[in-house]
Design a protein around this ligand. Structure first.
Ligand code: DX5
Ligand code: ZN
Length: 219
């Protein structure tokens, strides 16, 4: 499709009330972005498969599961089998990204390739046909509330040009520092899916924050 995706990140939500926080954006968000961190791939720890399995039952939103973990080859499939709509894993951590993407798709999920701040995109353009989403970090992965890095949008531009020339249909998703004052630049660069943690869950009205972000991205 051609419409834009807004995906609130639960990293900025109240972890004691994850179900309610998810349902608060059901009417306005497209996906729920679920950040899984293992304290090894990134120096931060969030939730794992048991919590994700329960959270899936608490909301109708499609899950955009973002794995910031070591050895995704070993762990990612469980998140697909649990019912995630999309599972993104980091190319920096994967032993066999293409093999894992195939397994995720076979398990009924979309497959996402995530690229952290310091990783160039060019070496991975050729494996994009195996993926449905390309998650380009616009910060260094690990923590919410960091400052958006506009220079990382060059990767979005490179990817968008590559997709256009090869007639490939992937979502290009940006994650990190996306807010009302940064989302337009990301959209202009070619992103069509936008993760926002702080900008949604630090707002008084998270559902309205999602609507405002969407309007900005469409402008
Ligand atoms: C950080 C996570 C992001 C995080 C973004 O590594 O991948 O999804 O929630 O948070 P904000 O939107 O606050 O930058
Ligand atoms: Zn994320």
């Amino acid at each position: 499709g051609s419409s834009l995706i807004v995906a609130p990140s639960i990293l900025a939500a109240d972890f004691a009330r994850l179900g309610e926080e998810a349902r608060a954006v059901e009417g306005s968000a497209d996906w729920l972005h679920v950040d899984v961190m293992d304290n090894h791939f990134v120096p931060n720890l969030t939730i794992g498969l048991p919590v994700v399995e329960h959270l899936l039952k608490a909301t109708t939103l499609p899950f955009d599961t973002h794995l910031m973990i070591e050895a995704p080859d070993r762990w990612a499939l469980g998140y697909a089998e649990a019912g995630s709509y999309n599972v993104s894993f980091h190319v920096e951590a994967a032993a066999d990204p293409v093999g894992l993407a195939k397994n995720l798709r076979a398990a009924g999920s979309k497959a996402g390739l995530a690229i952290d701040r310091d990783t160039p995109i060019e070496p991975y353009l050729e494996i994009l046909p195996h993926f449905d989403t390309l998650l380009i970090m616009t910060i260094k992965a690990g923590f919410g509330g960091q400052k958006f890095m506009p220079e990382l949008l060059d990767k979005v531009r490179t990817a968008r040009r590559h997709l256009a020339s090869g007639h490939l249909e992937l979502r290009i998703e940006v994650d990190g520092g996306i807010a009302e004052d940064t989302i337009e630049a990301a959209a202009e660069a070619g992103a069509d899916a936008f993760v926002a943690g702080t900008a949604v869950y630090a707002a008084d009205d998270p559902a309205d924050a999602v609507r405002r972000l969407r309007r900005r991205a469409e402008a």
